[in-house]
Design a binder for this molecule. Structure first.
Ligand code: AMP
Length: 221
């Protein structure tokens, strides 16, 4: 199964992707995670990406398209994958379609997780990540036992640079202008499945499975 998770930053794409990975046994491919790793490692890609990411702008299309082109041919992608945070522009979607057509394959489903702007700001400003193991927390919804400390490994919890309110507003603007048009793009292709992204994580996950044509036991219907 080749799946795209669409939705604004903070819609819960990453969280739901982790569950979908377990459910379907296919990898999550997050361009945001790949870019953050490159920034952390100080690679050439990381240095280039950092200035866009810090200001909430998109990294140039050809850069992320190149990342995806290399990633989807790796052996673990044979049975499919979950694209999280890619594509983010019409040009990226068209490049992906062309890439897959050459491989004689195509995307099966596009799930759009819809969340209102004010809810997103509330969610993202409270988001914290472990600087050591990458585990995710939230200062309102998913608090660690000890403030600022990771339950799993004792690492320090930090806020992503691009989760500051000003950058979030910039990311939302970029999303509405450049990424939201993908909803119509995939709707025209008959691939779009809409899922409301407000509610608890389990409810949203069940709604995604249902939108993908499964019942709550994970069986196809
Ligand atoms: P994310 O973790 O998906 O919210 O991505 C964090 C940041 O990485 C974004 O704000 C962009 O600067 C960059 N990024 C991630 N994926 C893409 C993409 N497909 N196209 C362009 N920039 C991206």
């Amino acid at each position: 199964m080749k799946l795209i998770l669409l939705g604004p930053p903070g819609a819960g794409k990453g969280t739901q992707a982790v569950r979908l990975v377990k459910h379907y046994g296919i990898p999550q491919i997050s361009t945001g995670d790949i870019l953050r790793k490159a920034v952390k490692e100080g690679t050439e890609l990381g240095t280039l990406a950092k200035k866009y990411m810090d200001s909430g702008e998109l990294v140039p299309d050809e850069v992320v398209i190149g990342i995806i082109r290399e990633r989807i041919v790796e052996p673990d992608c044979e049975k499919g994958y979950i694209l999280d945070g890619f594509p983010r522009t019409i040009a990226q979607a068209e490049a992906l379609d062309a890439m897959l057509a050459k491989m004689d394959t195509a995307i099966d489903h596009v799930v759009n997780i819809a969340v209102r702007d004010e809810e997103i700001v509330k969610r993202l400003t409270g988001r914290r990540t472990c600087s050591n193991c990458g585990a995710g927390y939230h200062i309102l919804f998913d608090t660690p036992k000890e403030e600022g400390v990771c339950d799993k490994c004792g690492g320090k919890l930090i806020q992503r640079d691009d989760d500051k309110e000003e950058t979030i507003r910039a990311r939302l603007k970029v999303y509405r202008q450049q990424t939201e048009p993908l909803i119509a793009y995939y709707e025209k292709k008959g691939l779009l499945r809409m899922v409301p992204g407000e509610g608890n994580m389990e409810e949203i996950f069940d709604a995604i499975l249902k939108a993908l044509g499964e019942d709550f036991d994970g069986k196809s219907v």
